[in-house]
Design a protein around this ligand. Structure first.
Ligand code: RFL
Ligand code: PHB
Length: 388
């Protein structure tokens, strides 16, 4: 089998890249380890930046998002002293779109099917070969048979635990990492959202977030200890704890119900550099992880895809030098989102062993955000998305 661009991973990064390239007449093959049902059942991101929204529109995946997505012009932040709002529209003239990653992935698969793109699921033992030569290839197994795909370029879109990054010799990459000493317990429930906008809460018992998917589907998170297991948290225990951490007026009127998904995610900041090794390019979570506090993971995947798409298109029409710029261009934006996600995480969570000094600094950060338009503008600029 032969193609122009082999794409490892059929998550949002891989599907977005495949969709853009196919529409530009470039041949691709996507290799996904899991079944499509498995990929579509994952509950993850909920907030899309304008840049991501525009990219999805440009690739012909904006129709349902336009109809069902909810535009948010600001967000709320809560502390024990009360709740305040950061108005994105007023501060920087931008908004975000609340539309779940599950829906985005669904729309991308539908669009890929409609144009007849090749997506091979349940591809086991994917391996990359001759990546530093002019004729790289990929092998995998499916249904007991071995397969080979020859290509010009490989896009590693296989997430944090994929094989693409691991295929780069350790001495050729530099990794930067911060692991946070807590996790997020997330619950999805068929209930009306607690408020009309997201609420990020800093509370002495730990961080809480009230988010949503649509007017009948809510998504909530609370900071938990890394040793906690999902089984430790009954629905009742979750709702009780969430109520304690949200402002009283919100907690009192909040609708609760059975959880339809419940999971714990650790929090990590991670970047590998560079994003290129020979003809392999890393994209999205394969290259970097942000803690979810800034809602940046999926949005960074979208900007990586945008940069790599432009570089591949240029390379395939004769300007091979464009590929040299991908890593540098993408990393500039990645580090911007790294900083913002780290900052949001550090001002909103309770850290084990946090000193009184640390506590006072956190309060001062939140007070500035509440009272200074310039601080709000900086947050709004970053939350709605740095320019591409
Ligand atoms: P994904 O989604 O992990 O997809 C990678 C795909 O590659 C497949 N794969 C392989 N395929 C073939 N061979 C192999 N060896 C393979 N190994 C893996 C996997 O099965 C998978 O299908 O990475 P991608 O495409 O780069 O997309 C990244 C996003 O999924 C991620 O950044 C976001 O979900 C992060 N995130 C959020 N991002 C936002 O922009 N806004 C948010 O509000 C937001 N909230 C979140 C989040 C992530 C969370 N969790 C659980 C990590 C909230 C949470 C709780
Ligand atoms: C979500 O709705 O899943 C969500 C929203 C905002 C975040 C993280 C997750 O910062």
């Amino acid at each position: 089998m032969r193609t122009q661009v082999a794409i490892i991973g059929g998550g949002p990064s891989g599907l977005m890249l495949s969709q853009l390239l196919n529409r530009a007449g470039v041949e691709t093959v996507v290799l996904e380890r899991q079944t499509r049902d498995y990929v579509l059942a994952r509950i993850r991101a909920g907030v899309l930046e304008q840049g991501c929204v525009d990219l999805l529109r440009r690739m012909g995946c904006g129709e349902r998002m336009e109809r069902e997505g909810i535009i948010h012009e600001g967000t709320k932040l809560a502390t024990v002293n009360g709740m305040f709002r950061v108005d994105f529209k007023a501060r920087v003239g931008e908004t975000v779109m609340v539309y779940g990653q599950t829906e985005v992935t669904h729309d991308l698969y539908a669009a890929q099917d409609a144009i007849g793109a090749t997506i091979i699921d349940e591809a086991q033992n994917v391996a990359l070969h001759d990546v530093t030569t002019d004729s790289p290839y990929v092998t995998w197994e499916k249904d007991g048979c071995s397969h080979r795909l020859d290509c010009l370029y490989i896009a590693g879109c296989d997430g944090f635990h994929g094989i693409s990054r691991q295929s780069i010799p350790a001495e050729k990459r530099t990794e930067y990492e911060r692991v946070y000493p807590f996790g997020w317990l997330g619950v999805l429930s068929r209930t009306a959202p607690a408020a009309d906008e997201l609420i990020y809460a800093n509370h002495p018992r730990g961080f809480a977030l009230a988010s949503m998917r649509n007017p009948k589907l809510s998504r909530y998170y609370i900071q938990v200890s890394l040793s906690d297991k999902v089984e430790d948290w009954s629905d009742q225990a979750f709702w009780d704890e969430l109520r304690r951490r949200l402002p009283a007026a919100v907690a009192e009127s909040m609708e609760t119900g059975p959880s339809i998904e419940k999971s714990i995610a650790p929090l990590r900041s991670f970047v590998t550099e560079p994003l290129r090794w020979g003809r392999l390019f890393l994209v999205g979570d394969a290259a970097h992880i942000v803690p979810p506090t800034g809602a940046k993971g999926l949005n960074l995947a979208a900007s990586d895809v945008h940069y790599l798409y432009e570089a591949l298109q240029a390379a395939l029409t004769g300007d091979v030098g464009a590929l040299d710029l991908y890593s540098e261009r993408a990393l500039k934006r990645i580090w911007g989102a790294m900083r913002f996600s780290w900052w949001m995480t550090s001002i909103l969570h309770r850290f084990p062993g946090q000193s009184d000094f640390d506590q006072k600094i956190q309060e001062a950060e939140l007070y500035q955000l509440e009272t200074l338009e310039t601080a709000q503008a900086a947050m709004a600029r970053n939350y709605t998305g740095l320019p591409y």
